[in-house]
Design a protein around this ligand. Structure first.
Ligand code: ZN
Length: 499
């Protein structure tokens, strides 16, 4: 094999892998959006065949020979090719540590687990979800041991979603955030409360769909490359830089829920849409990590989407679509209402300030499930205890408690901390952005193009061609410092509540 042949084979391998990812992703998207509920079985057969074929392609001896050959000729590869080989070898090494039968059985379990979780949530029946959760936790603990026997199991799981993240770092981060949020929350609760009653009227879903279109337009999302669907839990699927899908969930009596889901997922979508097309159909396509991804989504959702400037521009749009409901509402009243702080049960409906406390509950529980100091059967009681301790709320049932999120049913353990980290990354990114562009003027004029372009240049275009730590350092030109986030929260909410 010549080096040129090997390089060609490398690209062919990656395009094939892309095709399988595309097919698997479309099947999952279909399941979550329009697939009828009693179609799990046949989809499971297709998913397991495709996943098995993808596994075989990645693990066959010819693939490893090719990758080892290219690694040995590293000097003749360009930077992207070298990184592609490095990532493929890392994946190969990790996957080869998991016995194939266990890996495929786990994929099958996940396909069934999602439906079990949906039903258990609908029925408020944790006992129905418990056996599945036990298997998922067991597999994740075992997988962590297979992949990184030298690490604590939960550290290995954190690393999967945010390379380099450890419990030590996450503990320090959460301790700092909590030390600022808890006293701030106490002051807010003692202050006169914000009136958000006008947000709680009925907003017809048909009109909310019109609003979603307008929001995506304000966010500069090219609809020729990004569609919106409807799911129980909003999410984003990026297939390549020119094919991205977002979803939302409409509630007639809570329109701002979907509004901020659309802006949040729109932030994810802009990231995927901004990736250098040269990375398409390679393993370097797609956002680099969950933490960096959440930095983009939560930046748009909260720091931009809940800012005075953006909300001022949002008001005429809302008044046009919902003239009756929004009659007489001022920009300042809307700004305060959309930023009302109220400890609550549901993470995805949480205000910007208390959001991280929801994450801390899940983080504490995951850590202990994986290190074995908490049993799955005790999750509801521990969940309820922590919600009382951190947020001061009583959890009335498991549907609004430990069954509310899709993540554990989807096998995602170690993912939650990235939401809180992403929020903090975003706050520091904006401060850096202000050195280059007139950020406030962009919000005031609702001209988000310069903001999207800045993020595109500093973060989006790189896709996964650099490590998350490199991308963050490149963007911030400094070490990550959570005090940007806590200062941002303190300034914003002291102003809103007159503290
Ligand atoms: Zn997100």
């Amino acid at each position: 094999m010549t080096i040129e042949e090997a390089k060609q084979a490398l690209q062919q391998l990656q395009v094939q892998m892309y095709a399988y990812r595309y097919a698997l992703g479309q099947i999952s998207l279909d399941a979550a959006t329009v697939g009828p509920k009693d179609t799990v079985e046949g989809r499971g057969v297709a998913l397991s065949v495709l996943a098995g074929a993808m596994y075989d392609m990645a693990m066959k001896p010819e693939t490893i020979e090719l990758l080892e050959y290219l690694k040995a000729h590293k000097d003749e590869l360009n930077e992207l090719e070298a990184k592609e080989v490095e990532e493929l070898l890392r994946d190969h090494e990790e996957t080869s540590k998991i016995p194939k039968d266990e890996y495929l059985a786990y994929r099958q379990l996940l396909n069934e687990a999602d439906a079990v979780w949906h039903q258990a949530k609908a029925d408020d029946d944790f006992a129905a979800f418990l056996p599945v959760l036990e298997k998922i936790v067991d597999f994740n603990r075992k997988m962590a041991g297979y992949i990184h026997p030298e690490k604590k199991p939960y550290d290995a799981l954190l690393d999967r979603y945010e390379r380099g993240l450890t419990m030590e770092k996450a503990d320090a981060f959460f301790a700092q955030v909590r030390a600022h949020i808890v006293p701030l929350l106490a002051k807010i609760q003692a202050a006169p409360q914000v009136d958000d009653s006008f947000l709680k009227q009925i907003f017809p879903v048909e009109k909310q769909r019109v609003l979603s279109d307008r929001l995506m337009e304000m966010q500069t999302i090219d609809r020729g490359h990004c569609a919106i669907g409807e799911t129980e839990h909003p999410f984003t699927s990026g297939f390549n830089h020119a094919d991205v899908r977002i979803t939302t969930h409409y509630y007639e009596d809570n329109f701002s829920d979907s509004m901020y889901s659309v802006i949040h997922e729109g932030g994810h979508a802009l990231y995927e849409l901004g990736i250098d097309p040269a990375l398409d159909y390679t393993v370097l396509s797609g956002g680099v990590s969950m933490g960096i991804h959440e930095s983009q989504s939560r930046l748009f959702e909260n720091i931009i989407g809940r800012s005075r400037g953006y909300v001022k521009n949002l008001l005429p749009v809302l008044q046009e679509i919902f003239p009756e409901q929004m009659e007489g509402v001022t920009a300042e009243a809307l700004y305060k209402a959309l930023n009302k702080v109220e400890p609550s049960l549901i993470r995805t409906k949480a205000d910007e300030l208390t959001y991280s406390l929801h994450i801390m509950v899940r983080y504490e529980i995951e850590k202990r499930l994986i290190d074995g100091t908490l049993e799955c059967k005790d999750v509801p009681a521990e969940w309820n205890r922590l919600y009382k301790e951190y947020l001061g709320v009583d959890v009335p049932n498991d549907r609004d408690g430990c069954l509310q999120d899709t993540h554990w049913g989807g096998g995602m353990i170690g993912y939650f901390p990235s939401y809180a980290l992403g929020s903090a990354y975003g706050a520091q990114m904006v401060e850096k952005m202000k050195e280059d562009i007139d950020y406030e003027a962009c919000l005031d004029a609702c001209d988000l193009k310069p903001i999207v372009a800045w993020l595109g240049e500093k973060i989006h275009k790189y896709g996964s061609s650099k490590d998350p730590a490199w991308i963050l350092a490149n963007c911030l030109q400094a070490d990550f410092d959570p005090s940007y986030y806590t200062r941002y929260l303190e300034a914003k909410y002291s102003d809103i509540y007159g503290l």
